[in-house]
Write a protein that binds this ligand. Sequence first.
Ligand code: FMN
Length: 200
Amino acid sequence: MRSLNEQEVDRNPFVQFQHWFDEAVRVETIEPNAMVLATSSPGGLPSARMVLLKGFDELGFLFFTNAESRKAEELHRNPHAALLFYWGELSRQVRIEGEVEAASRDESEEYFSTRPLESRIGAWASKQSSVIPGREYLEERVTRIKQQFPGNDVPLPPFWGGFRVKPAAFEFWQGRENRLHDRLRYSRQGEGWVLERLSP
Ligand SMILES: Cc1cc2nc3c(=O)[nH]c(=O)nc-3n(C[C@H](O)[C@H](O)[C@H](O)COP(=O)(O)O)c2cc1C
């Protein structure tokens, strides 16, 4: 049975996250980098969806999306988000909360160029989150985009890019028997982190 305790965890939550992420990669078969991204409207109405984590370091947790999507609109107007990872085979979840900033154009270009051709075309074809008349509409757009960019040279769309969630808090949750789970929270304080245990 796994456990989580103050003596064993790293005092730096990014390092602790790396340990857990590496373990999730080793154990999990399906997308260990999938995370729930929760945003909210300026009025405080929440919304959530999955995105893929594409990198993390002390600057934050990076994902990419359509910059005119619902999530992006919400982030532009209220640049705060929560992330949630769930690694069921390990009985673990990690919650992250913080401010959000847009990634640089260069960074988005660098990542976009690594995507397979079909998904780069898909990014151009999809006005993410908008209502469309039917599936055919999307397929017609794909055909048009392929004509517009013949070959492999499909550049980063101007309406596409990355966002970085800069953690102000992390919570590592380890499921234990009898609902006596371990919960350790790191809250940013100045340059350092305060570590506290929460009741399950
Ligand atoms: C496992 C998984 C990973 C996903 N990864 C992304 C992603 O990295 N970027 C993205 O824009 N949408 C991703 N999606 C789709 C989103 O969940 C969502 O449908 C889409 O971004 C539109 O959200 P919005 O209308 O709230 O902006 C993913 C969905 C799943 C199920």
